[in-house]
Design a protein around this ligand. Structure first.
Ligand SMILES: [Zn+2]
Ligand SMILES: [Zn+2]
Length: 175
């Protein structure tokens, strides 16, 4: 959803509050596609602090389904986001992008709340999601989920330390 900022920009000290419903059903990013299981509206406050500088603060709560790093079972992962930004509207879009090092969520005098949310999700994305601390992962031979069944493959593969080592490798390969 796009928020028009021109009215706020027209007057120093002006402050507006927004409650913005989250549209996305699925969060797509360079890491993949993740279903949004639960969402509540984004609460956003925009303040014109003067000299065309805006202070944007807000919070949002979402639950996103992320596969376990070991067994790939979906794990409901809670995001309790809280953010605060200062945007200098005197800068060009290009300059802002360089400064913030993220996708631009302001175009002209419009703020794209959904894009802002996506940026925040990426910043807060967990390094690794596990369905449980001692998840046994999947059997590297037959692909069985070892939390559910003992597939009976060669037991040297079932050493829980191996799961940890596999994690390190799969993390390593992502880079
Ligand atoms: Zn797992
Ligand atoms: Zn197996």
């Amino acid at each position: 959803m796009l928020i028009q900022l021109s009215r706020i920009l027209s007057q120093d000290g002006k402050r507006e509050q927004f409650e913005i419903p989250v549209e996305m059903e699925c969060f797509s990013c360079r890491l993949g596609e993740f279903p949004v299981v639960q969402k509540s509206p984004i609460q956003l406050t925009v303040i014109n602090t003067g000299r065309r500088v805006l202070k944007i603060s807000g919070d949002a709560k979402l639950v996103i389904s992320i596969p376990c790093a070991r067994c790939l079972e979906p794990v409901d992962t809670e995001f309790d986001l809280s953010f605060e930004r200062e945007i200098d509207m005197k800068l060009s879009e290009e300059e802002r992008r360089e400064e913030l090092d993220e996708c631009s969520y302001i175009s002209g005098t419009e703020l794209d709340a959904e894009q802002l949310l996506c940026n925040e999700l990426l910043i807060n994305w967990p390094i690794r999601v596990l369905c449980r601390e001692d998840c046994k992962g999947i059997c590297s031979r037959c692909g069985a989920n070892l939390n559910i069944q003992d597939c009976g493959c060669d037991t040297t593969e079932l050493d829980p330390r191996m799961a940890a080592i596999r994690d390190i490798f799969s993390e390593f390969n992502k880079k």
